[in-house]
Write a protein that binds this ligand. Structure first.
Ligand code: AHG
Ligand code: MN
Ligand code: MN
Length: 336
């Protein structure tokens, strides 16, 4: 069979699932931006893109040069096409307004332009995460600026989500709510080619991912659960578990999509005001949508992440996602 490119996949989705043409265009534009980011990332020191900007983002995190470069690439690629009503990003305090000289469209794009930025300078996989929402009609006025409330929709409202991973291969993982597809970038041809059809996450697993250095700060249910995992065959779970932690959510989630596993970034008491580290709108929601579409599960320890009603653009959330059985077990411990 001939190769199925991302463009062909999207056109076939339009035919079979009525995927709107402007959503198709949006995904193509995001994919093009990800190719550009992939190129910048792969240049590394040769492109002068490593290191920090010397600035901080709204979360008080030091911005790497590539955080800013990736953010700019996504903004420039998406602002002129007429498919978006606005954008929001980890690297911008407020919603990004589509410049008045361009038409506005029906969708909102939210992204983490470069995930895992602590790994850039050490040449370990990083990625881009994105989420697509419909802009509620009351915010669609051409003349008024878009406020943050337009974005505050639960993850169940996402019409598409995906991530690009910049690793040994550059891949794009995408869901339009109709399964999860994986495309690998053919660098010679410059196109994403469907290589992983209908990805599914095994229900059970013997592999978990968590930053163990925070153990003393965790809440009791997480401490209990990880103690049980570490107890292995002799413990109450009766099997040995393996551990991985890449510190790029994209890379950890990609491993789970490929061979199963459980990813955890719980709330901890390092900074009591913060509900964990990861951000709901552009990390937890798109990843939860992808994982659920692949047959896995995602909760904040208590409820399904996709059901959470956001109250701010940059809010944080505890995350437990991956193979269903383990997500259910650790969620059960929170409720016990
Ligand atoms: P970002 O680089 O976009 O700020 O995200 C980093 C996140 C996530 O990718 C990863 O799972 C987590 O931070 C790692 O956190 P620790 O450094 O605390 O392990
Ligand atoms: Mn991130
Ligand atoms: Mn980031």
């Amino acid at each position: 069979m001939s190769r199925v490119t991302l463009s062909r996949y999207l056109i076939e989705q339009t035919r079979s699932q009525n995927t709107p043409a402007d959503l198709r265009f949006l995904i193509e534009v995001v994919a093009r931006a990800c190719k550009e980011i992939s190129h910048a990332v792969s240049k590394g020191a040769l492109g002068g893109v490593l290191g920090s900007m010397g600035t901080e983002n709204v979360q008080g995190e030091v911005q790497k040069k590539l955080d800013v470069i990736s953010n700019d690439i996504l903004l420039e690629a998406n602002e002129w096409g007429g498919h978006l009503a606005g954008m929001a990003s980890e690297e911008m305090d407020n919603a990004y307004q589509i410049p008045g000289k361009y038409p506005k469209g029906a969708y909102l794009l939210v992204f983490d332009p470069l995930d895992g930025s602590s790994n850039i300078d050490v040449n370990v996989s990083v990625g881009t995460i994105f989420s697509v929402l419909r802009c509620p009609s009351e915010y669609l006025s051409q003349n008024e600026s878009l406020n943050e409330q337009a974005f505050q929709q639960p993850g169940t409202k996402q019409v598409a989500a995906g991530y690009a991973i910049y690793g040994p291969q550059t891949m794009l993982i995408l869901t339009l709510g109709n399964g999860v597809m994986g495309f690998t970038l053919d660098r010679e041809l410059g196109s994403f080619v469907l290589t992983h059809d209908n990805i599914s996450v095994p229900t059970s697993t013997a592999e978990f991912a968590i930053n163990m250095s925070n153990q003393r700060h965790w809440e009791a249910p997480v401490k209990r659960y990880v103690d049980e995992l570490l107890a292995g065959k002799e413990g109450p779970l009766g099997k040995n578990y393996n551990m991985r932690w890449i510190a790029s959510m994209v890379a950890d989630v990609h491993r789970i999509l490929t061979r199963g596993g459980l990813f955890m970034y719980p709330r901890d008491d390092r900074e009591p005001g913060k509900a964990g580290k990861l951000r709901l709108m552009y990390e937890a929601n798109p990843m939860s949508f992808i994982i659920e579409q692949a047959g896995g599960a995602a909760t904040d320890g208590v409820q399904r992440i996709l059901d959470i009603q956001p109250t701010s653009l940059h809010q944080r959330v505890p995350v437990f996602l991956g193979s269903k059985e383990e997500v259910e077990r650790v969620t059960g411990y929170h409720k016990a």
